[in-house]
Design a protein around this ligand. Structure first.
Ligand code: ZN
Length: 114
């Protein structure tokens, strides 16, 4: 499952940060998840709880922040939030659009006790 692997990497990365910075406890992790990343928030939280039953992140909360999709029209340079596939520019109806936001998953912040 896609989410399980993602969460495993996330937990490893945060545990590394904990060790490197002598953090006592991480209260919560804010994770930004693009709506095009194909990761389901519920599945992420489920996997996170399974991975953090014990260990350094026991009791840490995972907060998911969904990031909407943004695209840029290659014909006229318009930035817009597409409302579905296929993407079309609201200005010129052009279909050559590149996605500028919405595919990413990254840790936005950690709420820690030092
Ligand atoms: Zn356009």
């Amino acid at each position: 499952m896609h989410e399980t692997a993602l969460v495993q990497d996330l937990v490893k990365a945060v545990e590394k940060t904990i060790r490197q910075n002598n953090i006592k406890k991480v209260n919560s992790i804010a994770l930004s998840v693009g709506t095009l990343s194909n990761a389901l928030p519920d599945a992420l939280i489920f996997a996170f709880e399974a991975f953090t039953h014990s260990g350094l992140l026991k009791g840490t909360k995972l907060i998911i922040k969904e990031i909407p999709v943004k695209a840029c029209c290659e014909a006229c340079g318009q930035y817009f939030e597409p409302d579905g596939f296929p993407f079309a520019c609201p200005e010129c109806r052009g279909r050559c659009c590149s996605i500028t936001q919405g595919e990413e998953i990254y840790i936005e912040s950690l709420d820690c006790e030092i």
